[in-house]
Write a protein that binds this ligand. Structure first.
Ligand code: ATP
Length: 708
């Protein structure tokens, strides 16, 4: 027992959910006309994936949905669920119970599920095929279709038999494999064309890569050469620089020292220039001294004149004194004396209380009066005497003053003279030191010139070195542009001899420059070759080549895989074809034996058999699951359509063709064939809807026996 139950919901006349449980090996469904018995048989077809609406007595999916009746409104969907007992695993699923369900919606959308999981129709068909249940529904005989297998075309008949023999699964597999093969062939074509497309590009890239590799090798060579060249050049330049610095150091210091000395000497000379000021001073001093002298001389001359005057004045005085002395010896007449007394008396009348000075003045007055009395001679003697005295006195005083003046002038002169002397001395001394300084300056300048000569020779060397350094920098930049940072490796490289011993500074400077020149020329040569090679974006090309060749390799692998798969599929298709052919032939033989038995049983004799027919057919298009038309290579090649012919010969009748059988005879033959098939490969269930309708009573009984 494989069939467990059938559940209908909204399907045709089954508005409510109705479950039919098949507890016995044979279940009979009875009921009045129109009660829905045939609907049950159709429910079986429906759930097993029937695609022909006609077979379900409908025009479209919607017709399958309960359309409303007296008590209930119409349903939105129709569902039928078939439950199998799979404890013997006749279905290739690891479940004790397997349910297959189909739902149709009003928009004709169909849904299938196996054990509650949504699946495709294909999955349902594939699940049921090994159990000899197929979409052809050979085991479901609908009402009035008892002779369906006889009415069918030889090709459809073949399908029914293949279904019954459980061969459909191989056909599906073959079909699927053929489809796969078709796709793979297409893929092979497109992969091959892709490879053809990229082949020229790969060839081009290969040539480029070759160039790049060459350039790479040259660059490697260049790096080695540059490292040697630049490390040596750097060492040479810095060693030469240091050597030059050392050479320059002594002369430079000497020159600095000389400069300092020169500055000192110049300063000394500058000091000498103050001598002029002093000379001016001396000159002005001398002027002053001269003036003092002239003043003194004039004073002396004045003094001489004065002394002359004094002498003459003294002479006059002496003469006057003599004269006076002579005069004084003259006698005064008594009259004159009397006159004096009377003068006194006259004058003294008014003088009583007088002071001494007044007295003296009084006396003088009297005497003066007396002198007047004595006459002029007296008077002149006295007055002359007084004048010459006074004059002499004056002269002497003037002389004294002059002498004093002369003394002062002399002192001044002496002072000036002594200043002049000391100034002179200073000037003389300075003259000596500036002569020394001058001498030094000449010496220093000579020495300096000598050193400058040395330094200028050295500076020419420096210039040459700077030029070399400039070239070095340019060459380095140039090399860096070509080989990149790798060139800077030279900084870490110490120049060494062939045995690897580091070269000393002296050795480096001693290396002939030609060696470096040779290296430089070699570098230039490689640079030119590199330029000619013109492999600019090497990395880009290598990257692209890597990508493209990887892609090609991938495509090639893909192609191999595809070809392998295609080959495997071809073998599989072949095997399946072979299997189908042999099993089909084998199945037909077996069915024929059974068919003959049942036929004899039904008709009490006669013969019945199936035979395979082969007809040429026009190329037939298959529709794949996506609704696209595909023509299968295997069939296109064959273009031969196989079918099944039924030949019968009734006992005691000369009838051989199916066309000549009566309705009952047709039904009996059909039932015999169906039963024969069921004997060879028993289906899990058979549905017979009023199959006996066309049979008379005797045949109905036979039929009943057969069912039993
Ligand atoms: P008989 O003994 O006459 O052959 P039966 O029991 O086999 O009858 P069916 O042919 O199964 O009856 O049922 C037909 C009935 O189902 C009809 O009455 C029809 O109206 C009804 N029917 C068919 N499709 C639908 C539908 N979509 N909605 C409602 N009823 C439907």
């Amino acid at each position: 027992m494989y069939l467990k139950s059938l559940e209908l919901s909204g399907f045709k006349s089954f508005a409510k959910r109705s479950t039919l449980t098949f507890a016995a090996p044979i279940s009979a469904i009875v009921g009045p006309n129109g009660s829905g018995k045939s609907n049950v048989a159709e429910a079986f077809r429906f759930v097993l994936g029937e695609q022909s609406m006609k077979s379900l007595r409908s025009k479209r999916g919607e017709d399958l949905i309960f359309n409303g009746a007296g008590e209930g409104g119409r349903a939105n969907r129709a569902s039928v669920k078939l439950v199998f007992d799979n404890s013997r695993h006749f279905l290739p699923l690891d479940f004790e119970e397997v349910s297959v369900e189909r739902i149709v919606y009003r928009d004709s959308l169909n849904e299938y599920s196996i054990n509650g999981s949504k699946v495709r129709l294909k999955d349902v068909v594939e699940l049921l095929a090994p159990a000899h249940i197929g979409a052809s529904g050979h085991h479901i005989i609908s009402q009035g279709e008892a002779d369906r297998i006889l009415n069918a075309s030889s090709r459809d008949r073949k399908e029914m038999i293949e279904d019954g023999l459980g061969l459909k699964i191989y056909q599906y597999k073959r079909l699927e494999s053929e489809r796969k093969l078709l796709k793979i062939d297409e893929n092979i074509k497109s992969v091959a064309s892709l490879r053809r497309e990229i082949a020229p590009h790969i060839r081009f890239l290969e040539r480029q890569v070759e160039k790049v590799e060459k350039a790479k090798a040259m660059k490697g060579q260049l790096v080695v050469l540059c490292t040697q060249y630049f490390s040596r050049e750097e060492a040479y330049l810095s060693a030469t620089r240091r050597a030059l610095d050392e050479k320059i150091k002594g002369p430079k210091e000497a020159l600095e020292k000389l400069e300092r000395e020169l500055a000192g000497a110049k300063k000394t000379l500058e000091g000498a220039s103050s001598k002029d000021e002093r000379l001016q001073e001396v000159i002005s001093l001398e002027g002053k001294i001269k003036a003092a002298r002239e003043e003194k001389d004039s004073l002396i001359r004045d003094l001489g004149r004065l002394e002359g005057e004094i002498t003459s004045s003294e002479k006059v005085r002496a003469r006057e004194e003599t004269l006076a002395r002579e005069r004084s010896q003259e006698s005064i007449s008594a009259d004159k004396l009397e006159s004096l007394i009377s003068l006194y008396e006259q004058e003294s009348k008014g003088a009583k209380d007088v002071t001494v000075p007044a007295l003296l003045s009084f006396i003088k007055k009297i005497l003066t009066g007396f002198r007047t009395l004595l006459g002029e001679s007296w008077q002149s003697v006295f007055s002359h005497d007084e004048d010459s005295k006074k004059e002499l006195q004056n002269l002497k005083e003037a002389k004294n003053a002059l002498e004093k003046k002369i003394t002062l002038t002399e002192i001044k002169e002496k002072e000036l003279e002594s200043i002049r002397v000391s100034l002179r001395k200073e000037i003389e001394e300075e003259k000596d030191s500036s002569r020394e300084a001058e001498k030094s300056i000449f010496r220093i300048i000579a020495e300096e010139n000598k050193i400058r000569g040395t330094l200028s020779a050295l500076s020419r060397e420096e210039e040459a070195l700077a030029r070399d350094r400039g070239s070095f920098t340019r060459e380095l930049e140039d090399a860096q542009n070509i080989i990149g940072q790798a060139v800077l490796e030279f900084k870490k490289t110490i120049p060494a001899d062939s045995s690897g011993r580091a070269l000393s500074r002296e050795e480096i400077t001693a290396i002939p420059r030609e060696e470096q020149e040779t290296r430089r020329r070699e570098i230039e040569k490689i640079k030119i070759r590199l330029e000619e090679a013109g492999a600019g974006e090497g990395e880009e090309i290598l990257k692209e080549y890597k990508e493209v060749s990887e892609r090609d390799a991938f495509l090639s692998r893909e192609l191999t895989d595809l070809e392998k798969s295609a080959q495997d599929l071809r073998i599989l298709i072949n095997d399946l074809g072979e299997k189908l052919r042999t099993e089909f032939a084998d199945g037909i033989t077996k069915i024929n034996i059974e068919f003959q038995k049942f036929f004899e049983l039904m008709f009490g004799g006669g013969t019945a058999s199936l035979s395979i027919t082969r007809e040429k057919r026009a190329a037939r298009a298959e529709i794949d699951e996506n609704g696209e038309e595909v023509s299968l290579e295997a069939e296109r090649e064959e273009k031969i359509e196989e079918g099944i012919e039924v030949s019968v010969s009734l006992p005691r009748k000369r009838i051989k063709g199916l066309m000549m059988l009566s309705g009952g005879e047709r039904a009996l033959t059909s039932i015999a064939l169906l039963f024969a098939m069921s004997q060879v490969k028993p289906p899990p269930f058979v549905v017979l809807d009023e199959t006996d309708a066309a049979l008379d009573e005797a045949n109905s009984r036979k039929y009943g026996d057969m069912v039993e």
